[in-house]
Design a protein around this ligand. Sequence first.
Ligand SMILES: NC(=O)c1ccc[n+]([C@@H]2O[C@H](COP(=O)([O-])OP(=O)(O)OC[C@H]3O[C@@H](n4cnc5c(N)ncnc54)[C@H](OP(=O)(O)O)[C@@H]3O)[C@@H](O)[C@H]2O)c1
Length: 266
Amino acid sequence: MPVVLVTGASQGSGQATALLFAQKGYDVVLAARQPDRLQAVADEVRLLGQQAVAVPTDVGQQPQVAQLIQQALDQFETIDVLVNNAGICLTGTMEQTSLKDWQQIMDTNFWGYVYTIQSLLPHFLAQGSGTIVNVGSFGGKMPLPNMTAYCASKYAVTGLTETLRLELKPKGIHVAAVHPGIINSSFMERALFRGEDDQELQTRQNQMQEALKGAWVSQPEDIAKAVWEAVNAGRSEIVVGAASVATEAYRLLPGVMQWMMGQAVS
Ligand SMILES: NC(=O)c1ccc[n+]([C@@H]2O[C@H](COP(=O)([O-])OP(=O)(O)OC[C@H]3O[C@@H](n4cnc5c(N)ncnc54)[C@H](OP(=O)(O)O)[C@@H]3O)[C@@H](O)[C@H]2O)c1
């Protein structure tokens, strides 16, 4: 049986991805911090007839990630697909974002991806195959107002993914990016909200809630399908749903888009 390792598998897109791969015949290694939720997803995978191992892991902690990869290889002897998906959101301006906030965002959204890749790569190189899918964001393709730390972490993921693809292609390893737009998950309500006062915090939370009501919002299952397509069809990059229109507009007309977004927040 092929094996997939999914980070951030306890809920949202990571959970949907784990279940879709189980339906496609993969055994699954699940990683996230909340053990109970992770175990519940592992049970769902087993109900689909596949093996599952839940390894509670904080991806921002390198020793825990090294232990995750070791445990996965001990159990299954091989890993075929790595899905880096664990992520957190922060909304607030630069001056409202502390260095500790920056550290937390980068530890999870960027270093978490580097740690899994660094630990797993010797195995992929030895077997001469493997797929890495990094779940980024439309915020890793275009700027989003008041989300400097988040976008910086996701642009870093874009750079990591596109450069690593060049490096690993000749070695038989496929590296892909899946960039979601807004997803109907609890990601945004779990965001770190930063603002001057309670009123500004409330405004930011309301804006997030409003954004989730839009018709362009994707479901976690849409992200799972895109990850599957990246693996199964060897796609290099998928921008999910309506976010592809915005990122394409930004690629073609960055100045105009910057101006429009500036108007929206001024
Ligand atoms: N939701 C959106 O609108 C949106 C838009 C663009 C891109 N994305 C990206 O899509 C991915 C998935 O988001 P989602 O919407 O599915 O969010 P979600 O429902 O909040 O799920 C995030 C997952 O990441 C895990 N996680 C967070 N911090 C972690 C850490 N330090 N170590 C290990 N696991 C950690 C969470 O589990 P625990 O809490 O149990 O650790 C959870 O399983 C993220 O990379 C996100 O940046 C989301």
